[in-house]
Design a protein around this ligand. Structure first.
Ligand SMILES: [Zn+2]
Length: 419
């Protein structure tokens, strides 16, 4: 079994009591075996030199195979955006999906994202890319009504057969639903059934824009999407709902009661000019688990969790005229332990003995992070850090970035090879 010893680190555990420890960490195989003073030797020794080691970030809403769409879908509304992406999706090749996914994974690893939760078709190709790249992937096969899909065959059947296949250690398959504008009750119910049958999570877009909610309500006697999905039994503790931006307090209570998890996609929502954001403080007050999602490079243009943390934090402070409405620790929780619990995992998102070795090291000696130490390291990470500070990234006990360099070359970047 391969071993890695990280010496002399400032370990931001993100455990129950958010301990920050000075010490060493031993990784044996794919797990953390010791934290504290470690006298063992190891195959690889990394001297952290007082730098911060923390759980890798978990991105809970992505479409990684759209990584090549940076700069191609800018300055348009979501309706136009979806129209254009559906057209682009219809003409993609397997090779293009694979290459674009590899590019997105490189970008995520570079900024310290060690797990991502994806929503797309052709997740079998993305699963292959993730296993090859070495990143942990929670992959939801997207479903929608047959009449709207660009997939060959029935999306629900495709999702089920994807879940039934073996995908290796790093990949957790699941099912998703695109959204209420292209999915009937039958599709929602079908996805729920699959999730229950195979005990998976469900991934969906929910109430992302005001137009989507108003159009739905106008056509359904004033009933709003959350109310309807509750009525048909779609809302439960398996569900991770991206966006959830246009919800009433009644809907917040309904989401909380059903134990639905929310992925907050602040940058994507703002870039699309949706004019809304989820009522996160109220969601938290009601016990909803909220995590952070980049969404795709089409609507975010970067897959950067450090940027997500800072932006989300500033957005909510400004929107509520209250800098204390959410502190840096809560934002870091959303990007790590809360995201893990949304995905029903306790073995990632927290650094403790026995957990999987998914972690990152941040260089605290660069100008933008000085002076960061035990008392302000969390603020440093949330408000000041950028991907250039991410020195080392380890996923499942394997080093994917070291000395600020990705181990795997950034894949083909010519756009035509990613379509
Ligand atoms: Zn999305």
């Amino acid at each position: 079994m391969k071993t890695i010893l990280i010496r002399n680190a400032l370990i931001v555990t993100q455990d129950e009591s958010r301990r920050i420890l000075k010490g060493d960490m031993l990784i044996e195989g794919n797990r953390i075996s010791k934290i504290g003073e470690v006298s063992d030797s190891a195959d690889t020794v990394i001297n952290a030199g007082g730098n911060a080691v923390l759980p890798g970030f978990i991105n809970t809403h992505a479409h990684v195979a759209m990584a090549h769409l940076k700069g191609l879908l800018d300055d348009i509304s979501l309706e136009n955006f979806l129209e254009k992406t559906f057209l682009l999706d219809a003409n993609r090749s397997d090779k293009g999906i694979y290459n674009s996914a590899m590019l997105g994974m490189a970008e995520m690893i570079d900024s310290g994202i060690t797990s991502f939760h994806d929503l797309y078709y052709s997740e079998d190709i993305i699963a292959r890319a993730a296993s090859r790249f070495g990143i942990r992937a929670f992959l939801a096969w997207n479903t929608l009504d047959d009449e709207f899909t660009t997939q060959s065959g029935s999306p629900l059947k495709n999702a089920e057969s994807f879940i039934r296949k073996k995908h290796g250690d790093l990949v957790t398959p699941s099912v998703g639903v695109q959204g209420i504008y292209v999915a009937s009750d039958e599709t929602y119910r079908g996805a729920s059934e699959i999730a229950r049958k195979y005990d998976t999570t469900i991934h969906t877009h929910l109430s992302e824009t005001r137009k989507e909610v108003y159009d739905y309500a106008a056509a359904h006697n004033g009933q709003r999407p959350v109310e309807h999905l509750l009525e048909i039994g779609f809302l439960d503790d398996r569900l991770i709902a991206a966006h959830s931006s246009f919800v009433t307090m009644r809907e917040v209570r309904q989401l909380a009661k059903a134990n639905v998890k929310v992925s907050w996609n602040s940058i994507s929502n703002c870039k699309l000019g949706t004019g809304g954001m989820p009522p996160v403080p109220e969601m938290l007050d009601h016990g909803i688990t909220v995590s952070l999602g980049t969404d795709s490079n089409g609507s975010n243009n970067s897959l950067n969790m450090l940027e997500m943390m800072k932006f989300s934090s500033l957005l909510v402070k400004n929107a509520r005229w209250n800098p204390a409405v959410m502190n840096a620790q809560k934002i870091l929780d959303m990007a790590t332990r809360d995201a893990a619990s949304s995905l029903r995992r306790t073995d990632i998102g927290v650094l403790k003995e026995g957990n999987l070795a998914d972690l990152i090291m941040i260089d605290l000696k660069q100008a933008n992070l000085i002076p960061a130490g035990p008392d302000n390291i969390v603020q440093g990470i949330v408000y000041s850090a950028n991907p250039a500070n991410v020195d080392t990234v380890i996923v499942n006990g394997k080093i994917l970035k070291k000395g600020k360099k990705l181990r795997r070359k950034i894949p083909e970047t010519e756009k035509e090879k990613m379509i």
